[in-house]
Design a protein around this ligand. Sequence first.
Ligand code: GAR
Length: 195
Amino acid sequence: MLKLAVLVSGGGTNLQAILDAIDSGKIKNAEVALVIANKTSAYALERAKNHGIKTAVIRKKDFASKEDAEQAMIDAINAEGCGLVVLAGFLSVLSPKFIRAFEKKIINIHPSLIPSFCGEGYYGLKVHEEALKKGVKVTGATVHYVDEIVDGGEILAQKAVYVEEGDTPEVLQKRVMTEAEWIILPEVINKLANQ
Ligand code: GAR
């Protein structure tokens, strides 16, 4: 059984998609052992609690340094024996030290077709604002391994989504979530748990 640590910052709809896929059997041989948020206000924490999943809030500002906060995350993840770290809307850039602690064991969901609209500063709604500004007709989502280059790790899955006339960033974000993110993230986790 692969134990997952899911890192979140916000609403947690991708966490919910993982939990639903486990419940429905779309993800086999994996369980969410721990959800870590970097904000107390993250609604993802409620979703985890509703599922009886252990949660932790680890905020930079409660520690002497970012390094100390990340060490607390490393310790919490290792204490649960997690074999995969899933960044599911975790909107903070992790340091090389954290990434090296879980080499090829961290995946991220990004709301665009990498290498478009990615890298430092491209997160959440901002990604869709930039896609609409550029006038692309197709966007989508990417699941990739996390390495030391922001959004630069090996691509594991992608799914394209059409931009439609009159889209706002919010409307486009929702379509990318429903048609791509909530599908490919559980698929990749299932693959990694059963290879
Ligand atoms: C999702 O769209 C996710 O792809 C994005 O933040 C949103 C979080 O939503 N992540 C990034 O932009 C990472 N660079 P959620 O909290 O409802 O899952």
